[in-house]
Design a protein around this ligand. Structure first.
Ligand SMILES: [Fe+2]
Ligand SMILES: [Fe+2]
Length: 182
């Protein structure tokens, strides 16, 4: 699959799980019972699918190709994207930590709600910037040959995730969370 199309497909999947995370927070804020341990599942999906699988393709793949095509990684759009990835990791760590607690008191519940909504806002805006601005810039500047190499390397990353069974496990987590909270 063409590298940009693959990254955009992954964005659509990530957005579905963000919908589920917002659904979870709506239940939490309404005062109904939630299984807060599900935060560990959200953490697993965002850490391993959004970060390890998707951001790895961007950081080690696309952004590096863009740097070779003349873009800076230390300033401008790529640096903003890298900073967003880092901020997202901090939000996910906090959510995961809450999922490991025996129970959530009111203070932690309100922190979970703030972190989950902050994360969702950040990642949706980030995805929008990539789809609308960064990826089109890459399409204009990165050579077809470089895109060919990216396609091969994305294929290898994908196969690694598939062969270890990790991808199907993450897809199942996503499906379960979407079914429960959307
Ligand atoms: Fe990104
Ligand atoms: Fe992305």
């Amino acid at each position: 699959m063409y590298p940009i199309a693959r990254l955009m497909d992954e964005h659509r999947r990530i957005e579905q799980v963000l919908d589920a995370l917002e659904g979870f927070v709506n239940v939490l804020e309404s005062g109904q019972d939630t299984n807060h341990r599900d935060l560990q599942l959200f953490g697993e999906f965002f850490k391993n699918y959004a970060d390890k699988l998707h951001h790895m393709k961007e950081e080690d793949g696309l952004f590096t190709s863009m740097e070779e095509a003349g873009f800076s990684k230390s300033q401008g759009p790529i640096s903003v994207m890298l900073a967003d990835h880092d901020t997202g990791r901090q939000f996910v760590n906090e959510l995961e930590k809450a999922g490991q607690l025996d129970e959530l008191d009111e203070r932690v519940k309100s922190a979970v709600s703030k972190n989950a909504r902050g994360f969702s806002y950040l990642l949706r805006a980030h995805i929008h910037k990539e789809d609308q601005i960064l990826y089109p810039m890459a399409v204009n500047r990165v050579s077809p040959q470089e895109f060919q190499e990216l396609e091969t390397s994305f294929e290898e990353i994908q196969e690694g995730f598939q062969n270890s069974g990790e991808l199907s496990q993450l897809e199942k987590i996503a499906d379960d969370l979407i079914a429960k909270y959307c």
